[in-house]
Design a protein around this ligand. Structure first.
Ligand code: GAR
Length: 203
């Protein structure tokens, strides 16, 4: 039996978090392997990163299917076909379908570029989060990693790391300070989850 977790990463954009997961799997920090990268956007740069690393990619657009159920069944089939153990959302801006959540309960994780629950909810993604933090004159922001459930930005919080907000910060400056922390925190949390999954398999 393999002692590496089989990870699917979902992206909508640049995929710098995807890259850090790929790199941490490659150097053995995460006992895992990225076996599939899914994107709702065909032009997401994350897909290029995946292809460069020789990882299977899938562009999954719900509206291309006759109905939502068919879309979910197809995605589920692609995940199961590759024996995916763990799904990591990395800048994925779509809700994960309830059917997928049900099947992978406790095994879908998301990274959020702000402190939850304060700076989460619909529309709170990417630069919108940093704009809200600056507007609130907060002195601290952070990175939150949480399990995914049916409610947006809601599942059990696994880790929070705080990041200072400077008085003159532009949203882009805060974003890059937060992103740096994301690249070290996400692999550490995924490493723990992967280790647990491998342990559970052996029991
Ligand atoms: C990251 O900052 C991630 O936390 C955020 O999108 C960015 C993706 O960057 N995710 C969300 O806002 C989800 N609500 P990346 O594509 O370079 O990894």
């Amino acid at each position: 039996m393999s002692n590496r977790a089989r990870i699917a990463v979902f992206v909508s954009g640049g995929g710098s978090n995807l890259q850090s997961i790929i790199d941490n799997c490659a150097d053995g920090t995460i006992p895992g392997e990225v076996v599939l990268v899914v994107s709702n956007k065909k032009k997401a740069f994350g897909l290029e990163r995946a292809a460069k690393a020789g990882i299977d990619t899938l562009v999954h657009k719900r509206k291309k299917f006759p109905n939502g159920n068919a879309a979910d069944e197809f995605l589920l089939f692609e995940l199961k076909k590759r024996d995916v153990d763990l799904i990591a959302l990395a800048g994925y801006l779509k809700m994960v379908a309830p059917k997928i959540i049900e099947e992978f309960r406790g095994r879908i994780v998301n990274i959020h570029p702000g402190i939850l629950p304060e700076y989460g909810g619909k529309g709170m993604h990417g630069l919108n989060v940093h704009r809200a933090v600056i507007k609130a004159k907060a002195t601290e922001s952070g990175v939150t990693i949480h399990l995914v459930d049916e409610i947006y930005d809601h599942g059990e919080i696994l880790a929070i790391e705080k990041v200072p907000v400077m008085p003159e910060d532009l949203p882009e400056e805060l974003a890059s300070r937060v992103l740096k922390v994301e690249h070290s925190l996400y692999p550490r949390v995924i490493k723990k989850l992967a280790e647990q999954l491998i342990k559970d398999r052996k029991q």
